[in-house]
Write a protein that binds this ligand. Sequence first.
Ligand SMILES: NC(=O)c1ccc[n+]([C@@H]2O[C@H](COP(=O)([O-])OP(=O)(O)OC[C@H]3O[C@@H](n4cnc5c(N)ncnc54)[C@H](O)[C@@H]3O)[C@@H](O)[C@H]2O)c1
Length: 325
Amino acid sequence: MKKQNILITGGFGLLGKPLTLKLINLKHNIFILEKKKNSKRLIFLPKKPKMIIQGDFTNKKLVESIIKKNKINAIFHLGAITQVLDSLKKPYETHSVNVMGTINFLENIRLINKKITFIYSSSDKAYGELNKRKEYKEDDTLDGIYPYDVSKSASDLICQSYSKTYGMKVGIIRCGNIYGPGDLNLGRLIPEVILSTIAKKKFIIRSNGRARRDYVFVEDVVDAYLKLFNKIKSSKDHLKIYNVSSKFNYSVLQVVNMILKKMNSVKLKSIVSNTSKQELNFQRLNYSKINRDLGWKPKTDMQIGLEKTISWYIKFYKFLKNNKK
Ligand SMILES: NC(=O)c1ccc[n+]([C@@H]2O[C@H](COP(=O)([O-])OP(=O)(O)OC[C@H]3O[C@@H](n4cnc5c(N)ncnc54)[C@H](O)[C@@H]3O)[C@@H](O)[C@H]2O)c1
């Protein structure tokens, strides 16, 4: 593929960092649009993107000027309010950022150059409850319930609508729970359990611990994004939608116990507080379509993925301790 000018939003996030590095290695020009400050102490990128723009994509004019000034050919739109608890407290902001933010890109692409490829990070949450189905397939109805979930269902549908109506090249990935090194959302399940275990504290499970999710390692997700990007660039089809996940479908309690075991800390038995009830009970994605079409499948065993993640947080914990003022 010819060198592309690629804009990545949320480039300092869990998925954004390894995706940025892979695309830099593939010799593309990478532009990051991020709200977070580029604190070198925390957001360490071993290779430099062409440009890091600190800004907010809810500003439509800013998005327009970035696309025009840098002759952007492709956009990976990863940035979003991603924390389910934040979105429960701030539904208005969630929809402004996640839905209107996404429209800002689609509308600018429509007006500036419809050939710009747009890759959107949707989620298994966009499907809503599984109810009597065993797993979600790509042609299932999007039926989110809670604010974050609905923001993903709505944005996903809006992306599809722009593609179908205006012939824009859009790729959508609906992913299960991503985990791996470098996640600075320290309130997410896996980082929080690891960090509380390092600190020798018992982990408090906010829910009843029985909610089941698919877990997929971040590097595998990056591969899926790259495969989709290559496909959409070379294909005549305008819209491609894929589920991305793994066979590792576990309850919260199972994940917590797996980590405790790996960290030789089973004595730190977690406490189930059952205070948070606003979440889906069971989620499972069928990812045979991406396997069939693009030859993608997850490569990382969850035991190995967890080991890599735990090692990263052990270093991170030491780093935080040594840098405390
Ligand atoms: N992590 C998961 O388990 C998971 C699962 C399915 C889908 N997704 C989706 O994948 C994408 C990436 O997830 P992640 O876990 O890497 O997220 P993350 O929370 O680690 O990173 C998101 C980044 O977006 C940035 N951002 C938020 N609002 C912004 C704004 N208005 N302007 C500019 N930047 C802004 C934040 O600063 C943050 O660095 C998200 O869209 C998320 O909804 C994530």
